[in-house]
Design a binder for this molecule. Structure first.
Ligand code: SAM
Length: 179
């Protein structure tokens, strides 16, 4: 099981990026997201709306205390991976991480504003997607692509109201309750 922990959400300022982190997590094969920082029911509702429309059992929750989330994860023998431009490159660590997570749940942590240094010390891995600053959305997409592969993107999203069929030109959307 893969969960994404989004740190330091700020109401209004981060609404769009946090929504994109959640949608990317869902579309690239993660099972759930935990949003930390300021509580923002609007963001949770907008992600839930996409999940209802496009299906799948993606979980969304808010946690005030991110430290407790990471501690709880470690207590349950889960693997915690923090994405940061200061870390070791995903391409150098992906085999080791995949081996370690064969039978263990994975928590992928992404920041927003300045990430507290405790995060760096609490996790099993500090992982970079290149050592240049970019975005939590880009970093998450690439890390999920490396660790889950195309299986994550192609998984069937059950109980969807809408499903998009690939179309070289134009849009094909099948509607109705789809198993
Ligand atoms: N200033 C913040 C700090 O002190 O960590 C980073 C802000 S950055 C816009 C937001 C998030 O994007 C980071 O916390 C990290 O999760 C992710 N990120 C940005 N560049 C990255 C990279 N090269 N590799 C991995 N993750 C990255």
């Amino acid at each position: 099981m893969i969960t994404v922990l989004r740190l330091g959400h700020r109401v209004i300022r981060d609404q769009r990026v946090t929504t994109h982190v959640a949608l990317t997590a869902r579309a690239f094969g993660a099972d759930s997201i935990i949003i930390s920082g300021e509580r923002d029911d609007g963001v949770i509702e907008s992600i839930e709306k996409v999940c209802t429309e496009f299906g799948g059992g993606f979980g969304i929750e808010y946690a005030k205390n991110w430290k407790r989330v990471i501690e709880g994860w470690k207590k349950k023998n889960g693997v915690a991976i923090h994405l940061t431009m200061y870390g070791e490159d995903i391409d150098d660590k992906k085999e080791e991480i995949m081996e370690k997570c064969k039978e263990r749940d994975m928590l992928i942590i992404v920041g927003g504003p300045k990430v507290p240094f405790d995060v760096y010390k609490m996790v099993d891995y500090n992982i970079a997607v290149g050592n240049q600053p970019h975005s939590e959305v880009a970093a998450l997409a690439i890390v999920l692509d490396r660790l889950v592969g195309s299986e994550g993107r192609k998984k069937r999203f059950m109980s969807a109201k809408k499903r998009i069929l690939p179309n070289p030109v134009g849009k094909t959307v099948v509607e109705g309750l789809l198993g």
